[in-house]
Design a protein around this ligand. Structure first.
Ligand code: MIC
Ligand code: SF4
Length: 643
């Protein structure tokens, strides 16, 4: 029986377990990446492990999220990360060099390698044939120290691409179509593998758009084969030696097959407030817009920008619209400057932003009240833009650019014939904004520079015998980590300060949560299905930990957040019978006796609702290793105990 590409790469990296779907496997990690919003924590955790130099083939720290410096905090954190990198063997991509996923694809990604990153869109690397997975900062810290990374051995979905995209239909429309069909929960426990004749018609940046936004499916990762197109891309980046051809065997067996004929796709948009709420322009109808933002790790490649410049050429942005453009990397921005495309954008009235995440994470460009904003990004969760009542639509750069001119949501096919857009044979390469670490012999000369914003992270205690605690919060389905621990320009600078950032924990759902949880001392949260979808931010586990949350009981969890809860020593539980969700209210007193004994005996745990006077069962579906981690009080304690 042949193998899928995913199975080939995973089994070549397997260090623990067997390739049995649904069971836990441990894999060796070749590369890691961090960004600044999760990086400070990850490096504090790395320091706490006491490993002098990283043991990966390549570890890179990017500064791209917290680039608005309206106080000392972000600048201090950047300086801290830079000094840790220099000392401990990590490459440091300075602010201005670009968005982590875009730069990593350009300069470091290698087909066939494994990458984990403290950012949920790390699967962008799948565009170049890597197994690239988003993880919590602590998991990345452990991998930098040479530790194994654990995942559930995934099911594999084949997306069979046939045909060729028609003029003005984009890679973004491919992933929006997949989201429409599979939903934001559809990828949980799965890797999405793209195959078929249609693959050849897509460039590496287009493939990367698709694997990037595969994060919104809840998938473990997404991957494309590494082929002649990959070789030419790497060659153009001056890295042909990094190329290896890779694909699935022709008789590989898949768990599910999705057929997509690229020739039949039409331009699509994800409507408020979920990336899977996908409709065609016709279905949405007349929509007057206030703002257009082009950029983010999904759609900020040179190819995207060239298309945008072509559409804007000689025109003016509609008087009622604000258009911002953030090219994804210094390489992209520089090439746009050299070939005149940047001048075209400026001329048309675009507001050019630095190469960073920017508006995608609410770092500026919040829309006006009730504003309608078209964005080429990957997430449109309520409030994420910084304006609570804004309506965000996720679209391709082509649709964004043409709509910026017309002032209404516009199908880019109205532009008529599309010229052929080609990637250059040689990209402009200048890695002068990537600072290499000092040699190991010199590491003692490097001083770690800590600012006053950096506070120690909360360490959880060993799991208590009994949990007797009240319900501090009850929430519904599809709660995102943006609900649990919001981002944005005001809150992001507090990422290194858990006591302070926890004041905003769940503030979008319930402003009283922080005070109530602290007052209760210890508590339990009740959630619906797909709890914790979205970002990899471990702050969504560390802030609840700081506020005394001992367990979270839900209908189901998103993968990265569940791992982050276990890493923090908080017990993730799911209702054995989902109907029990309806029977529990905020402030009910729950009691779980001899939890360690119950966990050792099996996966089902008995919980008593003392307020309402009934018992119900919850499930704790964790590996023995994860259970050990909970007993120890989280990953750091567990790693220390086992050292
Ligand atoms: C996001 O897109 O939500 C982020 C900001 O990139 C996060 C990471 C973070 O919260 O720092 C992610 O996707 O993991
Ligand atoms: Fe940055 Fe947005 Fe990409 Fe997250 S999704 S890494 S915030 S550009």
């Amino acid at each position: 029986m042949g193998l899928t590409l995913t199975e080939k790469i995973l089994s070549a990296h397997l260090v623990e377990g067997e390739m049995v779907k649904g069971t836990e496997i441990g894999i060796k990690i070749d590369q890691t990446l961090t960004q600044d919003a999760t990086g400070t924590m990850a490096y504090l955790e790395f320091e706490a492990m006491g490993v002098p130099r990283v043991k990966t083939e390549k570890s890179v720290a990017y500064i791209d999220h917290n680039t608005l410096q309206s106080g000392f905090e972000n600048a201090d954190d950047h300086r801290f990360i830079g000094s840790v990198c220099k000392k401990h063997g990590i490459y440091f991509s300075r602010p201005g060099n670009g968005i982590c996923h875009q730069v990593h694809l350009e300069r470091f990604g290698k087909p066939g390698k494994t990458l984990i990153g403290s950012d949920s869109h790390t699967p962008t690397g799948g565009g170049i044939g890597m197994i690239a997975i988003g993880a919590g900062g602590m998991d990345v810290a452990v991998a930098m120290g040479g530790g194994t990374y654990y995942i559930t051995c995934p099911k594999i979905v084949k997306v069979n691409l046939t045909g060729k995209l028609r003029s003005w239909v984009a890679a973004k429309d491919v992933i929006l179509e997949v989201l429409k069909r599979l939903s934001v929960k559809g990828g949980v426990g799965k890797v999405i593998e793209y195959c078929g004749e249609g693959v050849k018609t897509l460039s590496v940046p287009e493939r990367a758009t698709i694997t990037n936004m595969g994060a919104e499916l809840g998938a473990t990762t997404s991957i494309f084969p590494s082929d002649e197109t990959t070789r030419l891309f790497l060659k153009a980046q001056g890295r042909e030696e990094d190329y290896t051809p890779l694909s699935a065997d022709s008789d590989a067996v898949y768990d599910e097959i999705v057929e997509i004929n690229l020739s039949e796709l039409v331009p699509l948009a994800a409507c408020p407030h979920s990336p899977d709420n996908v409709k065609s322009v016709e279905e949405i109808g007349n929509l007057k817009i206030d703002q257009v933002c082009i950029g983010s790790c999904t759609n900020s490649s040179l190819l995207d920008m060239l298309k945008v410049a072509h559409i804007l050429k000689g025109k003016t942005v509609h008087p009622d619209v604000s258009l911002s453009i953030a090219p994804g990397s210094k390489q992209v921005l520089n090439m746009l400057a050299e070939n005149g495309a940047l001048a075209i954008m400026i001329d048309a009235g675009a507001r050019i932003l630095e190469s960073a995440c920017g508006p995608c994470i609410g770092m500026g460009q919040s829309p006006n009240s009730k504003g309608i904003s078209l964005r080429t990004f990957n997430r449109n969760f309520e409030g994420r833009s910084g304006t609570k009542d804004a309506q965000i639509y996720l679209v391709s750069p082509e649709m964004a650019a043409v709509s910026a001119l017309t002032g209404v949501l516009t199908d880019p096919r109205t532009l008529g014939d599309m010229p052929e857009f080609k990637l250059p044979e040689v990209f402009e390469i200048n890695d002068n904004m990537i600072v290499p670490p000092v040699d190991e012999e010199k590491m003692d000369t490097v001083e770690i520079l800590r600012g006053p914003n950096i506070k120690p992270f909360p360490i959880s205690k060993q799991l208590a015998d009994d949990i007797d605690a009240g319900v501090s919060l009850k929430v519904g389905d599809n709660i995102t980590t943006d609900h649990i621990m919001p981002a944005g320009a005001k809150i992001l600078p507090l990422r290194s300060n858990i006591p302070k950032i926890s004041e905003y924990c769940f503030a979008v759902c319930d402003e009283q949560f922080h005070d109530r949880a602290l007052e209760m001392g210890k508590s339990i949260i009740i959630g619906g299905s797909n709890y914790g979808q979205g970002s990899s931010r471990e702050h969504a586990a560390l802030a609840p930990l700081y506020l005394g949350v001992k367990a979270v009981i839900t209908k189901s969890f998103a993968r990265i957040h569940m791992a982050n809860l276990v890493n923090a020593g908080i017990v993730p539980m799911t209702f054995a019978d989902e109907k029990d969700y309806d029977l529990i209210d905020k402030m009910d007193e729950l009691s779980i006796k001899d939890i360690v004994g119950q966990l050792k005996a099996g996966d089902i745990i008995k919980v008593t609702n003392k307020t309402k006077g009934f018992d119900f069962d919850v499930r704790v579906t964790l590996s023995e290793r994860q259970k050990e981690m909970l007993y120890a009080g989280g990953l750091l304690n567990y790693t220390k105990n086992n050292a």
